[in-house]
Design a protein around this ligand. Structure first.
Ligand code: M6R
Length: 364
């Protein structure tokens, strides 16, 4: 049931503080990381040369953030590829490869196909999925469950944030087993992860403004999403969410890349959502806001709350609580989910069942 919410999507957005907490408790029983047989042993990890991430859609956006977290903690280059591409191109996958597969349903045809192909080549497979006993869960060597509970709305929300939690736990697990991080850092990460449910709640407590924002953007024929580094990954997820349920053409760009072509598309009133959560990139990102404003665009910033001067250059600003850089997507995605929801609603669309889409895409 929708528990009194108008749509499953909204209900699932509001479940996030709770399911993030559940997901954390599953991976950090008594506040200590313990993935038990959900992960590989130190010996197994030592035999792995390459770590690859694959998935589709929203799950892929989570996978990419997971990859960045893994790289940061292991000081090691990792790779990622969309599942429907990876299925047909994997000359680099062998028995020294670990393929991390992310899928809410565990039944996505493209993801399953890429995983089977890699398994055939001898790769080890670790699945991050939400559905116990799903095909992907059954065929993987190791499975980490997201603990999001059933996700009904086609637009994925709580699956994304709990996929992130699962992938962060995995990165910490690998880094700890391979002696890449200190015990203090492990403590620091765990402590910060446990602050996320209340920070998410804080964002959800201020829902009013999204209706007005939706009114401002609902007539646009296209909307840009900009971000640098990990913010770009979050922007991609925000753009997909909006596109999927509002049917407005939403496109994400790496902020710095805009000037290499796409800036030609900027015109009066075109909405540009700018994600600004990374301390080291804030000045550059502010220049980007100025750049789009100078072309008459409408700039909506989603910024970390200490970056006060973002507000001065943007038309509207939503502040998100502070957290460690790699965890910011858990927070920056929330305003983007609510914006997509309200825009879809304002346009009179079927929020939970967008046209041409199915919850689980089992065809390749
Ligand atoms: O079940 P999966 O996580 O494997 O699904 C992957 C995508 O089809 C899915 O995330 C899709 O992009 C969502 N509808 C986006 O909201």
């Amino acid at each position: 049931s929708k528990d009194g919410y108008d749509h499953f999507m909204l209900k699932e957005i509001y479940e996030q503080p709770d399911v993030i907490k559940k997901s954390l408790d599953n991976k950090f029983p008594h506040g200590k990381l313990n993935l038990m047989d959900q992960s590989f042993s130190k010996e197994e990890l030592l035999s792995i040369e390459t770590i690859y991430f694959t998935a589709c859609g929203t799950a892929y956006h989570a996978a990419e953030v997971g990859m960045r977290a893994m790289e940061k903690l292991l000081h090691k280059k990792c790779q990622s590829e969309i599942a429907s591409e990876l299925k047909y191109y994997q000359p680099f996958i062998d028995e020294k490869t670990l393929l991390i597969v992310v899928s809410q349903s565990g039944e996505t045809g493209d993801t399953l196909a890429a995983m089977r192909e890699a398994k055939e080549k001898g790769a080890k497979i670790l699945a991050v999925t939400n559905v116990v006993g799903s095909s992907i869960a059954r065929e993987a060597d190791k499975v980490i469950y997201c603990n999001a509970g059933p996700e009904i709305s086609v637009a994925s929300t709580k699956a994304y944030t709990t996929q992130l939690i699962s992938l962060y736990a995995l990165a910490i697990d690998f880094a700890q087993k391979l002696n890449c991080i200190s015990d203090q850092d492990v403590e620091k990460y765990i402590k910060e992860l446990y602050t996320l449910p209340s920070k998410v709640q804080e964002l959800l407590d201020h829902r009013e403004k999204y209706k007005d924002l939706a009114e401002k953007i609902k007539g646009a024929k296209s909307i840009f999403y900009l971000g640098r580094g990990i913010d770009y990954l979050s922007a991609k997820e925000g753009a997909l969410k909006l596109k999927e349920i509002s049917y407005i053409n939403a496109v994400a760009f790496q902020s710095g890349e805009l000037k290499h072509g796409s800036i030609a598309l900027l015109e009066d009133g075109l909405p540009v959502v700018c994600i600004i959560s990374q301390e080291n990139l804030v000045d550059k990102s502010i220049s980007n806001v100025k750049e789009v404003k100078a072309r008459g665009a409408y700039a909506l910033a989603i910024a970390q709350k200490n970056f006060k001067n973002v507000q001065e250059v943007s038309d509207d600003t939503i502040f998100i609580p502070e957290t460690l850089d790699i965890f910011t997507p858990v927070l920056s995605v929330l305003p983007q989910q609510l914006l997509a929801y309200e825009t879809s609603l304002a346009l009179g669309n079927d929020v939970d069942k967008p046209r041409n889409l199915a919850k689980s895409v089992t065809v390749e």
